[in-house]
Design a protein around this ligand. Structure first.
Ligand code: GDP
Ligand code: GDP
Length: 456
């Protein structure tokens, strides 16, 4: 059984995992080599609790969950994104663009040893225009002698430069306090804005040329787009309200789809920025795959981004009109090989060009949203877990048999489970539990998050 200390721990765990409120987003922006990644690692410490294993998936994470002084927020490391394919200014401008679109607050990192460069000044202009709160991090102040360099950064006009050594941790606590002062409690984009029964938020994502704008035009009935002007609500003009299947849906971040930026270099980089921004706002991601070409690493990476963001997912196999029998044969093999991670996602085989099966999109989205919101009552979950553990015990390790003692669904959107165990639960066994949860309770179209708390 559990003693008082356990119960306290459990309560804390549930409070942390169970909050269904979406988290505010903090973006870390700055030139290469100013120390953004070092700062991100410093902020995260060893706090990353939920580790999901999905073998065979390239995972380029950009969003992390962070926790400081009991406040949880999402941390976006814009530095990890293929910087070298872009010119310096373009790369930093793209980060700023992301920060403007998707973040609730920004940490702007400057190398105080180098001082403010022209690129830094340019970013300051962009950030100012965005109107989002900005905290200035004067990094690489490793000791008291660096304080003077930090003070020089008052010139940027962003307010107080916070002297920090991300490398050694000096000043990071004060920086985080300053960040939490300006970071809103709740993100700007709240799900279902417009209240209960408000339009659900859909993102059309996929690599360039899969047919996103064609699909958008198709669902919007060839550019007949309804502009939402509901009184008293501020909506992002890049989102479009579209009627489909008798209901209204908010297609988010469509400006990025309509405004086709065709860059010779760095197009992928912009595309992934746009994808990340759209996912932040969406509840459901419709991932387009171009069936006329082989499924690529870029496709699986975009799917991983949606799964990591905790959104429900529909896979739309587009350009179905181009399929011949041979390509179809290989496509099914590719799906089995590359997309096992999202076997649970509803699938539609469509043609945005001819309109084939486009009517199946809405039911698929509704299925995914329903899975995303499914809640399993604790009693039901535990009788399921009890039977499962009795019939299929965890393998014995080092003479001991770790057991699942108790579980609860801590949240939805996506479903999150916390399991309490008497010992370390192996990844394989966790996957087994996830599979059985899906068989038992559905969860079609949604990722499931399972965290295990070990009672030592
Ligand atoms: P990013 O490109 O902005 O993500 O920069 P990184 O985090 O990769 O850091 C670039 C270099 O600066 C690395 O060699 C870091 O070790 C170094 N660095 C980062 N923060 C500090 C700091 O506070 N002090 C010093 N002296 N070096 C730092
Ligand atoms: P985006 O970059 O993802 O927005 O892709 P687009 O909508 O611009 O489409 C890229 C190209 O694929 C265009 O030439 C479209 O006409 C073509 N395309 C889009 N959907 C289909 C489809 O269902 N079938 C065929 N054959 N071509 C399509």
């Amino acid at each position: 059984g559990f003693d008082a200390e356990d119960l306290e721990g459990i309560a804390g765990e549930l409070a942390a995992a169970g909050s269904a409120a979406p988290l505010p987003v903090l973006a870390v922006v700055g030139r290469p080599n100013v120390g953004k990644s070092t700062l991100v690692n410093r902020i995260l410490g060893r706090r990353e609790a939920v580790v999901q294993d999905q073998p065979g998936v390239t995972r380029d994470r950009v969003t992390y969950e962070a926790n400081w002084a009991g406040r949880r927020f999402k941390l976006v490391d814009t530095g990890g994104w293929e910087q070298d394919v872009l010119g310096l200014d373009a790369s930093v401008a793209a980060q700023a663009e992301f920060a403007i679109q998707a973040a609730d607050a920004v940490v702007f990192v400057v190398d105080s040893k180098v001082g403010a460069t022209d690129t830094d000044e340019a970013v300051v202009k962009l950030l100012r225009r965005a109107g989002k709160p900005v905290v200035l991090c004067a990094n690489k102040v490793d000791g008291p002698t660096g304080e003077a360099d930090a003070a020089m950064l008052w010139n940027l006009g962003l307010g107080e430069p916070h002297p920090v050594s991300s490398l050694h941790g000096r000043g990071t606590g004060d920086l985080l306090d300053a960040i939490l002062d300006v970071l809103p409690e709740a993100p700007q984009q709240t799900f279902g804005a417009g209240g209960i029964g408000g339009p659900r938020r859909i993102a059309l994502i996929g690599r360039p040329n899969v047919g996103k704008s064609s699909m958008l035009n198709k669902v919007a009935k060839e550019d007949r787009v309804v502009v939402n002007e509901q009184a008293g609500t501020t909506r992002d003009p890049v989102d479009e309200l579209i009627e489909l299947g008798g209901k209204q849906w908010m297609f988010v971040d469509t400006a990025g789809i309509r405004r086709k930026v065709h860059l010779q270099e760095g197009a992928d980089y912009y595309a992934s920025l746009r994808t990340a921004a759209a996912l932040e706002k969406a509840e459901c991601a419709v991932v387009l795959i171009d069936v006329s070409e082989s499924i690529s690493v870029q496709d699986t990476r975009i799917i991983s981004m949606a799964v990591d963001a905790g959104r429900c997912v529909v896979i739309a196999y587009n350009k179905w009109d181009t399929l011949d029998d041979e390509r179809r044969f290989y496509l099914e093999r590719e799906i089995e090989r590359d997309l096992v991670q999202v076997q649970w996602a509803p699938r539609v085989n469509v043609s945005a060009r001819t309109g084939r099966h486009m009517e199946k999109l809405v039911p698929a989205i509704e299925t995914a949203l329903a899975g995303w919101e499914t809640r399993v009552p604790t009693g039901k979950l535990n009788s399921f877990l009890g039977e499962l553990v009795a019939a299929h015990p965890h393998p014995i390790r080092g003479g001991k048999q770790p057991r699942i003692l108790f579980g609860t669904q801590a949240g939805t959107k996506p479903p999150r489970f916390v399991l309490f165990a008497s010992g370390f639960i192996e990844a394989g066994y966790r996957r087994f539990i996830e599979r059985r949860l899906r068989e038992e309770f559905g969860f079609e179209g949604t990722p499931i998050q399972i965290s295990v708390r070990v009672r030592e």
